[in-house]
Design a protein around this ligand. Sequence first.
Ligand code: PEP
Ligand code: MN
Length: 271
Amino acid sequence: MSIKIGDFVIGGPDFTVIAGPCSIESEEQFRTTSLGVKKSGAAALRGGIWKMRTSPTAFQGLGSSSFDFIKKVKAEAGMPLVSEVTDIRQIEEIHSFVDAFQVGARNMHNYSLLKELGKQEKPVLLKRNFSAFIDEWLKAADYVTAGGNTNVILCERGIRTFETATRNTLDLNAVVYAKKHSSFPVIVDPSHAVGISDLVPQLCYASAAAGADGLIIEVHPNPRVALSDGQQALTLETFDQMMIQLEKVLFAFDRKLQRNNNSAVRMLKNV
Ligand code: PEP
Ligand code: MN
């Protein structure tokens, strides 16, 4: 099954990269990131408006004060936007300018949120909870489709294992299993899976080789000053380098990247 986010098809033969900041922090940060990831070939933007933080004193997102500039930047970039809803009421609030609703890992079991998203038409990007069995993740997707919205994109974002060297453990088993046993497109979030920016590119390549339909990646123009998840954000430069290598991996599997910037396939220039 393939699903559209804006003009891009996820789950078809081509590969889709969604990129942007963990949190939308300011107009300038969102604009620089959006135009930068577009230049490198990302198809769609990500960016958190409300954040589910472990500590109540950590940055919680700009909320409704950011809506006006988000619309402006999105229009300038000409890119679709994926953003998380942490509460049923937020669906209506951002419905007019968001192209897909993200359900965060912590809300994968929030069945009232899933039921409400089942009444929508826009796609739902459903993250796997870090402690969820694959079966629980697939059943969470069924909560959305039961309401009539069949546009679910599954997202593997790392699970908790005994390992503490990395933030989580990317479960590529889950990606290949869900591709085989469900009809939904499956994408990978390597940023939350590993939690260390230097290691993110390798997981991007591995995900593409494993047959994922796309990636959702955290990028920040200056990760050192990021208000959330700076340790795992790619800079615009490292994102660009990763995209060049990613196209080579996809090429090896007879696949191509769906680009938003209409540039020629760059790998031909770079091999
Ligand atoms: C995020 O995408 O920034 C996020 C909070 O992800 P997750 O829900 O997977 O932790
Ligand atoms: Mn994050």
